[in-house]
Write a protein that binds this ligand. Structure first.
Ligand code: GGG
Length: 322
C-alpha cells in the first residue's frame, strides 16, 4: 500500500529545503505526498499558524516531513509534535568526510524529552515587568523517554540534568531515567548539563547518546551542530507511538531565506530518518550515503564553503541515490 507523507515546509528556508527532501523521497519510494501549510505566512493569510487541515494531515499521514517555523514556532512545532504524540526528539550530530569540523571526533545522539520542561507552554505575565514560566517534569514523560533510550542505546547513555539546582523537577527526571535504566540493566552516567556543555566542546568523543530534558536537548544539540560544521547538517525525528514528524534542527534562517542557498542536507537526512521509521531501512541508508558522498565530493552550499544552490545540491544527492 502506498504510504502517505504529509509535507509541511513552514517558513523561511523550510520552503527551500523541504522540496529537495520530497524529491529525494520520491526517488527512492512510492509515496503519496499531502502538502499542507503552517507558520508565519499562513498565520497572516488565515489568522492561524496551524490550520485544522494541516493538523489533520499530520494526524492521519504515516509520517510528516516538516521544514521550519519562525515567529510562530511555539504555535506550530509544539502542536505538530503533539499531533503524533511525540515523546522523544532524536537528534544525531556527527561529522562527515570532507566537511570541516571544530571537533572531527564528534558522533553524538541527543534524545530530547519532547513534551514538557519549560516548553510546556505555561508562561505568564504576573505584573508589568514580571513574567514566569512553569517548568513541568512528570514521571510519566521521563519514563517514556527512558524506555525509548534503553531500547535505542542498550550499551548505555548519559543523563543530562541540573538536579543540584532544580532539585524537584530535574531530581525527578534524573531519578526516573536512572531507575528505568537500572530496571533494564542499562548503564548510565549522569552529567550536570552546564558542565556537560563544556565537556562536549572539549572532548565530544567521550560521549555517545545523551538523554536530555527538553530545553537542554534543544541547546546542547545546537552546540553540537557547531562542533560538526553547522546547523545545516543536523536532522531530527520526533517519534510517537505510531507516527513521527521529521524536521531539520535548523529554523527558518531569515538571514539567507529566499536566496536559494540553504544547505538541504539536514532536511534530506531527516527524510532518511523518516524512511527508517517507516521500516525502509535500505532506502534510508541509500539516502544517508548519498548525502555523505555529496558532502565529500560536492557540490556544497556556502555554509560549507561552496557556492552551490540548494537545488544544485539536491539534484546531486538525487543523482547519487538513483
Ligand atoms: N525545524 C525546526 C525549527 O523550526 N526550529 C526552530 C525552533 O525554534 N525550534 C524549537 C524546537 O525545536 O523546540
Amino acid at each position: 500500500m502506498t504510504e502517505e507523507i504529509a509535507v509541511v515546509p513552514g517558513d523561511g528556508i523550510g520552503r527551500e529545503v523541504t522540496p529537495v527532501a520530497v524529491d529525494v523521497l520520491d526517488a527512492v519510494g512510492d509515496f503519496e505526498f499531502v502538502h499542507a501549510e503552517a507558520g508565519d505566512e499562513v498565520a497572516d493569510e488565515q489568522g492561524t499558524p496551524l490550520p485544522a487541515e494541516t493538523r489533520e494531515a499530520v494526524e492521519t499521514a504515516d509520517a510528516t516531513l516538516f521544514g521550519a517555523a519562525g515567529e510562530t514556532a511555539a504555535d506550530v512545532i509544539l502542536p505538530l509534535r503533539a499531533a503524533v504524540d511525540s515523546f522523544v526528539n532524536v537528534r544525531p550530530a556527527r561529522t562527515y568526510p570532507g566537511v570541516d569540523a571544530v571537533q572531527p571526533e564528534t558522533d553524538l545522539v541527543f534524545l530530547r524529552e519532547n513534551t514538557e520542561g519549560v516548553y510546556a507552554g505555561h508562561e505568564a505575565e504576573l505584573a508589568d515587568g514580571v513574567t514566569t514560566c512553569t517548568r513541568v517534569v512528570t514521571e510519566e514523560a521521563s519514563r517514556r523517554l527512558a524506555e525509548y533510550a534503553c531500547e535505542y542505546a542498550p550499551e548505555g547513555f548519559t543523563v543530562a540534568h541540573k538536579a543540584n539546582v532544580m532539585r524537584v523537577t530535574d531530581g525527578l527526571f534524573r531519578e526516573t531515567v536512572e531507575n528505568v535504566a537500572a530496571e533494564h540493566g542499562v548503564e548510565t552516567d549522569a552529567a550536570l548539563m552546564d558542565a556537560l556543555a563544556m565537556h562536549l566542546v572539549e572532548n565530544p568523543a567521550d560521549y555517545d547518546v545523551v538523554v536530555c530534558p527538553n530545553l537542554a536537548g534543544d541547546v546542547l544539540s545546537d552546540l553540537a551542530a557547531g562542533l560538526v560544521g553547522g546547523l545545516g547538517l543536523l536532522p531530527s525525528a520526533n517519534i510517537g507511538p505510531e507516527r513521527g514528524v521529521f524536521e531539520p534542527v535548523h529554523g527558518t534562517a531569515p538571514d539567507i531565506a529566499g536566496d536559494g542557498v540553504a544547505n538541504p542536507a539536514a532536511a534530506v537526512l531527516s527524510a532518511a530518518m523518516l524512511l527508517e521509521f517507516l521500516g525502509h531501512d535500505a532506502a534510508g541508508e541509500r539516502v544517508r550515503s548519498a548525502v555523505e558522498d555529496v558532502l565529500e565530493d560536492g557540490p556544497t552550499t556556502p555554509d560549507l564553503g561552496g557556492e552551490a544552490t540548494t537545488r544544485a545540491v539536491g539534484d546531486a544527492i538525487r543523482e547519487v541515490v538513483r
